[in-house]
Ligand binder design. Structure first.
Ligand code: FAD
Length: 614
């Protein structure tokens, strides 16, 4: 029964679905968001945290494109940190713990108040296609909605199956119902479905933890924010009247490992129940114990799930062991000897469609107007999902308006890099972003995301004219300061010599931009401008080197790899890279570079080993 008409339907209200739906609606498309449960919009299925290495940069890119994730975490974060600060500023990345309940409430409120966006609690079970073009979606309640484009973001819900030891039941997340109908749609249209899996730890009762024996892991002071637009713009911020919450660190013990080894056959994965492929970079504790048998302990972060809840997330302890063994396992860890579990750990298996079915616009090659984003594309992580979500949403709206799609290049954003990796290399296991996947690590930074992408955000109507005007002014100011410093010299006595130095030469790892005052230079007043000028000046020579290396790498793409190569002898490449190179045995470096998980850093090491880097 045809009931209504929309420009775009977004299937899902997770992290991909939210950014998709908001982008569409903000671009003026009449948008409908379908969710299985309207109260779970923005639910954090696993770790209540946003950001981290590379992921934090993606959140800033989403923000620069007019997305919501950065603003949300700034509003409901309980602990903020800038990661990688022991390394140069070019590789810093923000991460924050969220109040899980407030995050969900924030996202639901934003979606509810978004003009052009309508929320419907119903399961999409079919997509109607005419002449290879999407024309409508059909729901479980038998209703039909005419649409010009659809974005599918079903996360871990499609044909989801939960495993806790040998207990298994159909569900999409925790105890929520799964979705089913769409798998048939994909089979009917010849899309290859893959089966992936992931897992989450138990949630612990904070009243039963002995914090006195644990290391404290505090947040940063001042806390780094995510959104450029969190007031006051360009400075640091924290909710009024709230203090950051501490996290804690503990470690597994030889006893923990013994319990796991003794019961390995009772886990869903090692017991053979799960066939799906899991995320290499968020392994379960049993995976860590098996794969790193020589380690006698693994670090565990105890992270509160909010300001006003007793639930604690033990980061690093996901497992699919039976619940009674989970109790034993957790209680073998210092501080957790008397711990009570609120929710058991579980693993989940679900359907995804290979992302090689997609153009880099995230539209499918088989059906016009059908877009995919998020975990459904074989990725893992909220930020990866949201980054694809905003791109798919933008292109779905453009498709509905009959306009040209947009692409994001891999050398201009991590979102572009991720989409390029996904659509050209495909996925053999859940895909997660890392800075090592990029050839332009020094350029794709968290601090300059707003300069890299805000023009596009403005042109799409996702940033307003005042926002873009401010960014243009700040950019001009940064350029003027850089030009000024480059034109300056100062004479400094070195022993009996007097040498001439430019401000750029004076900026070393020991000297900050503020130290230029000692040499008689003015420095920018605006904190954002000051930071940007410092980073640009300090990293310019390295970025130039990066650019030259990339040009060289392009020319060397056809270099042959001898068939008899012993990858164990190639220094500086990871275990994962060795495994994949041995499995695929590429004949050229170009071929090697297109294998999922083979990073630019691996290619550089391989070229060096083959003597082709000079
Ligand atoms: P989701 O957040 O899963 O959202 C899917 C949305 O689609 C939901 O709103 C649902 O209601 C809706 N939906 C589904 N089917 C339909 C339908 N047919 N009709 C209407 N609505 C529908 N992330 C990590 O980074 N590392 C981890 O190790 C990790 N482990 C996890 C472990 C578990 C057990 C789970 C459940 C999640 C885990 N995650 C992990 C996080 C998570 O799955 C994703 O990374 C993130 O939530 C993906 O966002 P998404 O928008 O793609 O999907």
């Amino acid at each position: 029964m045809l009931v209504d008409e929309f420009d775009v339907a977004v299937v899902g209200g997770g992290h991909a679905g939210i950014e998709s739906a908001l982008a569409c609606a903000r671009m003026g498309a009449k948008t409908v968001m379908f969710v299985l449960n309207a109260d779970s919009i923005g639910q954090m299925s696993c770790n209540p945290a946003i950001g981290g290495i590379a992921k934090g940069i993606v959140v800033r890119e989403i923000d620069a494109l007019g997305g919501e994730m950065g603003k949300a975490i700034d509003s409901v974060g309980i602990q903020f940190k800038m990661l990688n600060t022991r390394k140069g500023k070019a590789v810093w990345s923000p991460r924050a713990q969220a109040d899980k309940k407030l995050y969900r409430e924030y996202m639901k409120r934003v979606c509810e108040n978004q003009e052009n966006l309508y929320i419907k609690q119903d399961e999409v079970v079919d997509i109607i296609v005419e002449k290879d073009r999407v024309v409508a979606v059909k729901t479980k309640l038998g209703l039909e909605y005419r649409v010009r484009a659809v974005v599918v973001t079903t996360g871990t819900f499609l044909n989801g199956t939960i495993y806790i030891g040998d207990k298994t039941f159909p569900a999409g997340r925790a105890w929520e119902p799964r979705s089913e109908g769409l798998s048939d749609f994909y089979k009917r249209h010849g899309f290859p479905l893959l089966r992936f899996k992931t897992g989450t730890p138990a949630r612990l009762d904070r009243r039963t933890i002995d914090f006195s024996v644990l290391e404290i892991a505090p947040g940063d002071d001042p806390p780094p924010k995510f959104s450029f637009w969190t007031e006051p713009v360009g400075t640091y911020w924290f909710p009024k009247g709230k203090k950051q919450i501490n996290c804690w660190i503990t470690y597994t013990t030889p006893k923990t490992h013994e319990i796991i080894r003794k019961n390995l056959h009772r886990t869903a994965l090692y017991g053979g129940l799960i066939k799906g492929i899991g995320p290499r970079y968020c392994p379960s504790i049993e995976d860590k114990v098996v794969k790193f048998g020589d380690k006698d302990r693994h670090q565990v972060f105890l992270e509160p799930e909010g300001w006003d809840t007793i639930e604690i997330y033990p980061n690093g302890l996901s497992t699919s062991l039976p619940e009674e063994i989970q109790w034993e396992l957790y209680r073998s860890i210092p501080g957790l000897e008397k711990v009570e579990l609120i929710r058991p750990a579980y693993a989940i298996e679900y359907d995804v469609v290979s992302p090689t079915e997609l153009y880099p616009t995230l539209e499918t090659k088989r059906i016009r107007g059908l877009f995919h984003a998020g975990n459904f594309n074989g990725t893992t992580g909220y930020e990866e999902a949201a980054g694809q979500g905003i791109l798919a949403g933008i292109n779905a709206a453009l498709r509905a308006f009959g306009k040209e799609p947009i692409y994001l290049r891999r050398d201009e954003s991590y979102i572009g890099l991720m989409v390029d990796d996904l659509t050209t290399k495909g996925v053999l296991e859940p895909y997660r972003l890392f800075t090592s996947r990029s050839e332009c690590r020094l350029y794709l930074r968290q601090d300059n995301a707003i300069f890299r992408l805000s023009k596009l955000g403005y042109e799409l109507g996702l940033l307003n004219v005042d926002q873009y005007k401010l960014i243009k002014e700040l950019k001009k100011e940064v350029e003027n300061w850089i030009e000024f410093y480059k034109s300056q010299k100062v004479a400094i006595a070195v022993g009996s010599d007097v040498r001439s130095y430019s401000p750029t030469q004076l900026l070393t790892s020991e000297r900050s931009i503020d130290d230029l005052k000692t040499y008689g230079f003015e420095v920018p007043h605006h904190p954002f401008v000051k930071e940007e000028v410092e980073i640009e000046l300090r990293y310019e020579p390295y970025m130039e080197r990066e650019r030259k290396l990339n040009e060289k790498l392009k020319k060397l793409e056809d270099v042959k790899i001898p068939e008899e190569i012993d990858y164990d002898k190639v220094p500086g490449i990871t275990k994962e890279a060795k495994e994949k190179l041995k499995r695929f045995r590429p004949l050229t470096v170009g071929q090697a570079s297109r294998i999922d998980g083979i990073t630019p850093a691996t290619i550089t090491s391989l070229l060096a080993f083959l003597g082709k880097l000079d």
